[in-house]
Design a protein around this ligand. Structure first.
Ligand code: ARG
Length: 631
């Protein structure tokens, strides 16, 4: 959690200076004035659109009043004001801005265990509030696919972002380790499994088994009424639900092997969880209570073959694309949500076994008892938008006290991801391909390559940065207040190791390179230019070039960028900032030379680059990247 002594962002001090002046000249409150201070465009530091205050006096008159000598006196914060029609532009005093921003960045950027991405840019707006963020949530014994990757990356980013905004965060992985698919897998293992293959690569083998058994199932279904494979699978799952020891032992084995594998992947991805929730552990008693409560409220009905035959296409009520509602082809006890256009989700199957949605409802209650969260976010792909809306509706019908604290953060679907077809690209294959692409690039420069200590690690990190950046660049569109949809790659995920890992254009490789280059200037100018122990000993007023000021101003805005990104949960806002900063720095190398300069000037410029590097690294860490020092 952010500690209370976090100083105010320097940027806010300047904004406040503008707000004070506006407040005095227009006789409005500082708060109202503050909310009207925008970051300027085309080289203006701040801009005020005067009409927005809707005051009695004409905006042009107010503008001329504000720029009047009697009203505006330049001081250590503000240097100049300019009238521009109904707009006012303000300019910060460069020397003050530069000194304060760089000192604050320097002080606050060191990563700490509580805020690993560094404290610069963080704020206390969420102090005292707790959020549970559920993300990733792969299905045990099924492969971790790109949909899970998106959820994992987005969830990790959101966790970091909430921490940066002062919240206490519980990172949760809700493993899909229960359900009929386990029955199917067990039947499949009996038919196609091999102990040897299982011990070599459990996930891959279980995946192959899963695909094979699904093909049987599909073929049987096409041929006749009930699939024998399906009956066997149901029987097996029933045994699991009734605690049959041999069924549970097999389940436990598949599960343990899968979890072990997932943990390796999380480590590789720089992702961590605070807790593992599991579908298998949802309290049975609570599931029963949920059913009883629904019954008591007269909300239960039974879903029959006739209902299924009606074959209504279920559509996402908020947007016109079809969604599969999980369990839509089930028979059993259902909740009638037709009134809300949410179909009739089955909550208990006709054989009495529990079902995904009922577990989710009971699990939400369990989590609230345990964490008393102020907010809970489910990061789940948009194929489950309709499903999540059903879960939320059932919870509110049951008067769940935290029903209005739930949010579904969703993202565009990843095509060709059906596990049943077996046309999946494994996450590890993708990471390995990206790594190989990076290695090939690195090998083309023998001299550079020789300087890198751990070539394998470096290629892997850069490759992974490329995959993550590609994913998090996607823009996010909002579907109503509680549903955020990441529209990037909607319907398609183009995986192209070559373009993704290029050093040109806005790729992860480019970002890592920008960071590495910043690190290397420190090494190159040492030992002639070394920074003093305290930043106050550096003469930052020597940084007079417009490029230097541009860099200072951009890094001064970082705390605002963090807040903006928090408003709509957009990783692309942070990604955009990283690229802007990297491009700006790369355009400054020729004007802000450090080598062979007068020593005080060299130190000041080096200090500027060091601070820029710290901010870039902080923003990269927020995105779960590990900034590299050499590559
Ligand atoms: N395990 C599910 C899947 O892979 C995702 C779980 C989403 N979270 C939830 N609470 N239902 O499709």
């Amino acid at each position: 959690m952010t500690s209370p002594e976090l100083p105010r962002a320097v940027f806010d001090l300047f904004k406040e200076a503008v707000a004070k002046h506006i407040s005095r000249s227009f006789s409005i409150s500082i708060e109202v004035a503050f909310a009207g201070v925008d970051i300027g465009k085309r080289g203006h530091d701040f801009t005020i659109a005067v009409p927005r205050f809707r005051l009695k006096q004409a905006p042009v008159e107010l503008v001329s009043k504000a720029v009047d000598e009697a009203s505006f006196v330049s001081d250590e914060y503000l240097e100049e004001i300019i009238a521009d029609g109904t707009f006012l532009h303000y300019y910060c005093r460069t020397t003050t801005l530069t000194r304060l921003v760089l000192e604050q960045v320097y002080d606050l950027s060191t990563p700490s265990p509580s805020i690993p991405s560094g404290r610069y840019g963080t704020n206390n707006s969420g102090a005292g509030k707790k959020v549970v963020i559920e993300f990733g949530s792969p299905n045990i014994a099924k492969p971790f696919h790109l949909g899970h990757l998106r959820s994992t990356l987005l969830g990790t980013f959101l966790s970091n972002l909430f921490v940066a905004n002062g919240w206490q965060v519980v990172r949760m992985n809700y493993l899909g380790d229960w359900g009929k698919q386990f029955g199917l897998l067990a039947v499949g293992f009996d038919r196609y499994g091999s102990e040897e293959a299982l011990s070599q690569n459990a996930i891959m083998h279980l995946f192959n088994v899963y695909v094979a058994i699904n093909q049987d199932h599909t073929a049987e279904k096409a041929a006749g009424e009930r699939s024998p494979t399906d009956i066997l699978a149901r029987n097996f799952f029933q045994k699991m639900e009734h605690g049959d020891p041999s069924a549970l032992a097999l389940w436990q084995r598949f599960r343990d092997l899968s979890i072990r594998k997932y943990e390796d992947v999380y480590q590789r991805l720089n992702v961590r969880y605070d807790v593992y929730g599991e579908e298998s552990r949802v309290d049975r008693k609570r599931i029963k209570t949920v059913i009883e409560d629904l019954r008591a409220q007269g909300l239960l009905t039974s879903k029959t073959e006739a209902d299924l035959k009606r074959g209504k296409v279920v559509r996402n009520p908020q947007k016109d694309f079809p969604v599969s509602s999980t369990g839509s082809n089930q028979l059993g006890l259902a909740v009638d949500l037709e009134k809300w256009d949410l179909g009739k989700p089955v909550v208990e199957k006709d054989d009495g076994t529990s079902i995904y949605i009922t577990r989710d409802v009971a699990e939400a209650m369990q989590r609230f008892d345990e964490y008393h969260f102020d907010k809970m976010i489910y990061v789940v792909g948009d194929q489950q938008t309709f499903y999540m809306a059903q879960v939320f509706k059932i919870l509110s019908l049951l008067n769940f006290p935290a029903a209005d604290r739930l949010e579904h953060v969703s993202f565009g679907k990843v095509e060709r991801m059906s596990t049943r077809d077996g046309e999946v690209k494994f996450l590890e294959e993708i990471l390995d391909e990206a790594k190989e692409a990076m290695r090939t690039q690195m090998e083309s420069n023998a001299e550079k390559l020789s300087r890198i200590e751990d070539k394998n690690y470096t290629a892997d990190q850069v490759g992974m940065t490329c995959v993550k950046i590609q994913d998090m660049q996607a823009k996010n569109g909002s579907l109503g207040p509680k549903v955020f949809v990441f529209l990037g790659y909607m319907g398609m995920y183009k995986f192209n190791a070559k373009s993704m890992t290029s050093f040109e254009g806005n790729t992860g490789a480019y970002l890592q390179y920008a960071h590495v280059r910043l690190c290397s200037i420190e090494r190159k100018v040492a030992p002639d230019v070394v920074l003093p122990p305290s930043p106050s000993l550096i003469n930052t007023s020597l940084l007079v070039e417009p490029k230097a000021r541009e860099i200072v101003f951009l890094i001064a805005t970082y705390p605002e960028v963090v807040k903006a990104s928090f408003k709509n949960y957009e990783p692309s806002t942070i990604v955009g900032f990283c690229f802007n900063l990297s491009h700006l720095i790369s355009s400054a190398w020729e004007t802000l030379v450090v080598k062979d300069q007068e020593i005080e000037l060299a130190k000041a410029r080096l200090f500027l680059f060091v601070c820029a590097r710290k901010v870039l690294a902080t923003a990269m860490r927020l995105l779960s990247l590990i900034p590299l020092e050499k590559m």
